[in-house]
Design a protein around this ligand. Sequence first.
Ligand code: GDP
Length: 526
Amino acid sequence: MSSIIDQVSKRKTLAIISHPDAGKTTLTEKLLLFGGAIREAGMVKGKKNSKFATSDWMEIEKQRGISVTSSVMEFDYNDYRINILDTPGHEDFSEDTYRTLTAADSAVMLIDGAKGVEAQTKKLFEVCSQRGIPIFTMINKMDRETRDPFDLLEELEEILGMRSYPMNWPIGSGSDFQGIYDRKHQHVEIYDASNPNKVKIYPVSDIEGADLTELLGEAAHQRLVEEVSLLDVAGDPYDEEKILNGDLTPTFFGSAISNFGVQSFLEHFLFMAPAPVGRVSSEGYVDPSNKDFSGFIFKIQANMNPAHRDRIAFLRICSGKFERGMSVKHPRMKKSIKLSQPQQFLAQERNIIQEAYAGDIIGLFDPGIFQIGDTLCGGKEFTYSEMPLFSPEHFSRVSIKNALKKKHFLKGLQQLTEEGTVQFFESTSGLDEMILGVVGELQFEVFEYRMQHEYGVDMTLQRLPYQLARWIEGDSYKPALFQASNAKPVKDKQGRHVMLFENEYSLRWAQERYPDLKFHSQSNFS
Ligand code: GDP
């Protein structure tokens, strides 16, 4: 029993959220190098790397040279087991990216110091913020000219509504970048552009001391003293509770490419970030150290290996101990299943695992029995809360070219919506109108490709002008209310009322016009 507690307490499961090009791949790689999980740089993303890209992606992934779905990486460092959930960012940004965040216990928000908070970071932040998980901010690329650090912190507050606590403070940036001052440990880490991997640490007994002037030069020292005293006086105080509730973000400055500030970030993170926490189920709160195994499926990846046409279901363990070959209950299917081929992931290499604990992610061979959001449990039967649907950003009307194929189409639609490839909406106007919604446009291509190759159905997708879906709460709602507007009333697959809007402006109009109604960006608002 105690060994389960020990195992849980050494685990940290995180997702890195960022806008493309902020340096997520670079940071992930440096973290994996620290943990000894990889031996050389350049191993993480298959995107530009043929060694991994050729492994076993489905055809469409190969054609486009990108991965459609994300992977999980784990490594050990200082007696911790760290699981990094990859959140795809480029063209492969999809609803999977949001779903993956539901499996993380904390997030690392990576920001390009020259660009500040960008669109994709904001979207991912909002999902994390809604869950109330702690968010650690890393401001990257300090070796380049960046924006003023105070401006960047202000932007976190203005755009994200998030207050910050700088754990360290940069000393210059770009060609003047000299390093960081660690406020907690009270030392300076000196950046040496000619040898960035070798960090020199100087303890600081008095931040105003002459030795620092000598080290940094008068102007840089003066500025550091002023800025740090401003933080001490006017900044938010360090507040562990706020950090753990996701109301205050510990903020770090560094340069991932130079491996500068990465190790100190990792060590602070491991000290501060939560171990796996309990989750709410139909039977109440389930503690991660509970002896009975349980977990939920947050992602299904189809046809990783086209030769086998198999699917892998990604399960986040929430309690107990997983052992290879164990039998578990599958409450939705009302049956027992044996978990005989579990896999853990490092980049895209598959390893068979023997045991795992809360916080770990395992890949289960799926002969078609899993859906996104399914719970598996070893002891008493219960289910974790439903996996939310997230607002799509692209919508298409779908029709099939050959009406005789309707049965195949419906079968494929059933399967692919269960896997989370697309969301399905039905018009409430009485017309037999079927609408698909996706977060990332590539999902449409995957859907079309798979419908054609796996179900033999050719379709026509006609793009619609909507950009947002909102699940509607309120007794006064009637689809007819929106007859004269540009918004479109629909129902989702579960029959819940949803409104599709063309833009934020028309959403705001609806919110003002109908103050009794609530418009939710996720399906699980109750
Ligand atoms: P991702 O799209 O977020 O995964 O970003 P990548 O890790 O692929 O990085 C995008 C680009 O930024 C690459 O050219 C990296 O070499 C570069 N980059 C990443 N981190 C840093 C950094 O700390 N400093 C500088 N100057 N460039 C960086």
